[in-house]
Design a protein around this ligand. Structure first.
Ligand code: SF4
Ligand code: SF4
Length: 102
């Protein structure tokens, strides 16, 4: 089964595992991304699984607005097939027990 993967402008990345999506009854990430004023870069592909409506290059240049709506939808109503990684060094430092950077 395939994987959808694209980078985003801030340096993060999105990975969607179709092995997991196949068993997802809601496909909640798709309408979440299609909400007004959001990126609308996730659509249903021919197989009904999430696909990109733009090229990966366009997504990286800002077509994906990094709103995290897809991530929230997948976590709350989906099957957990979407992983959104964002570089957050300040948060990593806090979680590691370090002080807030000045
Ligand atoms: S909500 Fe999550 S598990 Fe469901 S189709 Fe979207 S990415 Fe896949
Ligand atoms: S972060 Fe927002 S714009 Fe990017 S794919 Fe997810 S819902 Fe769509």
């Amino acid at each position: 089964m395939s994987t959808v993967q694209f980078d985003v402008f801030s340096g993060g990345s999105v990975t969607i595992d179709h092995d997991i999506c196949t068993g997802c009854t809601t496909k909640a990430c798709i309408p979440a991304c299609q909400a007004p004023s959001l990126g609308s870069v996730l659509i249903a592909g021919p197989d009904g699984l999430p696909a990109l409506s733009v090229t990966p290059e366009q997504a990286k240049k800002g077509a994906c607005i990094e709103c995290l709506a897809c991530d929230l939808a997948c976590r709350s109503r989906g099957a957990g097939g979407l992983t959104f990684r964002l570089p957050m060094p300040e948060l990593d430092a806090i979680l590691a027990g370090q002080s807030w950077p000045s």
